[in-house]
Design a protein around this ligand. Structure first.
Ligand code: ZN
Length: 238
């Protein structure tokens, strides 16, 4: 294979875990402690918005105390390197944290939304949100009260940027999946999409995912080790 110029990287909780961001689906993850139906569905929000705000406020407040790790930084290096080659890295992340941004990457599709943004149910505006949200929060665009919600995709809602992700995979020479369990659709379907288009697919994960058999190559180990090694290989390819 010649040096790829266009790469799509899908990232999941496994890349942020070593930064200390709690994962959601592991045995000791967030969903082992909270009922997702109460805090991560439109129905839960309608039933008890104060509880849902409290849940996401706690996560938003915890963000500044975690930092991007070597895997986030390596992907930012990859983005720079591919740009210099005349190509591009498209990061499609399932994570709602801002560690890719703080690691230095810029071309990021947050398919599950962002903790640091809020959305107005009245006017659909999406605005930056660094502080707490409550049922008294006022929309800075339409000035209405009571409609502000975390800009996070809940169970039963459509993930964002699916068309952009599909287009990026179509134009890629390599698809890489980093730190995802392979169990959450539609992201879990990206690898099959890539392979159907003849795009090679690499899995970088702590252990083989449920989709491991669909990948053309894989490296297993902590993200802070396998991601920088793999990025170095890509950037030194001629
Ligand atoms: Zn509004």
């Amino acid at each position: 294979m010649s040096a790829p110029k266009n790469i799509v990287a899908l990232t999941g909780a496994g890349i942020s875990a070593e930064s200390g961001v709690a994962t959601f689906r592991d045995a000791d993850g967030v969903w082992a402690k909270y009922d997702y139906r109460e805090v991560a569905t439109p129905e839960g929000f309608a039933a008890n918005p104060a509880l849902v705000h409290e849940f996401y406020n706690a996560r938003r407040r915890a963000l500044p105390s975690v930092n991007p790790n070597a895997a986030h930084m390596a992907l930012a290096d990859l983005e720079k390197g591919l740009t210099e080659r005349g190509g591009r890295l498209t990061l499609v992340t399932q994570n709602v944290d801002d560690l890719h941004e703080r690691g230095g990457a810029t071309n990021i599709l947050h398919m599950h939304g962002e903790l640091l943004k809020a959305e107005c149910a009245s006017c659909a505006s999406v605005i930056d949100c660094r502080g707490d949200l409550s049922i008294e929060s006022v929309c800075g665009v339409c000035n209405r009260t009571g409609g502000m919600r975390p800009h996070v995709v809940w169970f039963g809602e459509m993930p964002r940027f699916m068309e952009e992700a599909a287009d990026a995979i179509m134009g890629a020479e390599l698809f890489v999946s980093i730190g995802t369990s392979g169990s959450v659709y539609p992201a879990a379907g990206f690898v099959a999409e890539a392979r159907a288009l003849g795009v090679p697919a690499m899995e970088l994960n702590l252990e083989p995912s449920e989709n491991a058999h669909l990948f053309s190559d894989a490296r297993y180990g902590p993200a802070t080790e396998v991601v920088p090694q793999w990025v170095n290989e890509i950037l030194t390819m001629k």
